[in-house]
Design a protein around this ligand. Structure first.
Ligand SMILES: O=C(O)c1cc(C(=O)O)c2c(n1)C(=O)C(=O)c1cc(C(=O)O)[nH]c1-2
Length: 269
């Protein structure tokens, strides 16, 4: 693999085999964005089906119920990352993520009154789920639990560079949300703007978070090995998100094999 090929033209896999020189920050950013262009979960058939209006109500419920497990783990993930840093400036910036999801304490400054977890439950209720069953996480797919656990393990056991780089899927989530929200409003008559209010603040929170994380990753990844680690972390995170949708598709679209004990849409028992 010639190392002078433009990085943005390499597939993520080729890139991993080709980083024998130090990339400029702009090249590293291009390589990270390339990972998203190839592997982000907005390209998954389940999300494509959702945006095309092809999900039944039960399939939409399965998505919301399983995705809750991911949402609920995000502030725990960010607390792990916080606990690993001894830099007050880093912690000051990173803790905003926890407030975004848990909501501000009384008297604490925060952009939104309700945190993301509460707003996700509004979404779950809006698609017809029982909130207590969602919160229990007992009806999630085994693979959802494994994928979420893998994300927590990754940030607990890797370098801080990898932990921060793994959050960079947030570079791409506004694109996914920008497609998803109008598609859901147009194609599912039971979904309202109120139901989807979770996504509105994400459109400014995600770019703020991604910009901070990207600046850190491009500054910290100052050797070819570290740059490879950063790209690898983002690939792993895309794999985690992809695996969750694979499991949803397998259980609820085709072949439709729901694991024992997992959520079953009404009328499918
Ligand atoms: O709607 C989406 O497609 C989507 C994707 C992701 C992501 O890429 O991990 C996140 C979110 N939403 C999200 O709402 C969110 O709060 C979030 C936090 C993180 C993270 O890894 O720290 N990812 C995501």
């Amino acid at each position: 693999m010639p190392s002078d090929r433009p990085v943005a033209a390499l597939s993520a896999a080729d890139f991993m085999a080709a980083t024998d020189r130090l990339l400029t920050p702009a090249e590293l950013e291009a390589a990270l964005r390339r990972v998203g262009a190839e592997r982000y979960h907005m390209h998954h058939p389940f999300h494509r089906l959702m945006n095309a209006g092809g999900l039944t109500r039960g399939q939409m419920q399965a998505w919301a119920l399983n995705r809750y497990c991911y949402q609920a783990a995000i502030p725990r993930k960010d607390a792990i990352i916080l606990s690993r840093s001894d830099d007050p400036a880093f912690r000051r910036e990173w803790r905003k993520r926890i407030v975004d999801h848990d909501g501000p304490a009384d008297g604490e400054h925060g952009g939104e009154k309700d945190g993301g977890i509460k707003r996700w439950l509004k979404l779950a209720e809006g698609v017809g789920l029982d909130v207590d069953r969602v919160v229990s996480q007992r009806y999630a797919l085994p693979a959802t639990r494994f994928a979420v656990g893998a994300y927590l393990d990754l940030v607990a056991s890797s370098s801080m560079l990898v932990a921060v780089a793994s959050s960079l899927t947030e570079l791409f989530s506004p694109i996914a949300i920008g497609e998803r929200v109008p598609a859901m409003l147009a194609r599912y008559d039971y979904i309202t703007e109120e139901t989807l209010s979770y996504f509105t603040p994400r459109l400014h929170q995600a770019p703020r978070d991604a910009e901070h994380a990207l600046a850190l990753v491009t500054a910290w990844a100052d050797t070819p090995d570290k740059q490879r680690d950063a790209i690898g972390a983002l690939i792993t995170k895309c794999d985690i998100l992809w695996a969750m949708l694979d499991a949803l598709h397998f259980a609820y679209v085709e072949p439709g094999l729901v694991p024992p004990g997992a959520f079953r849409p009404a009328g499918t028992d």
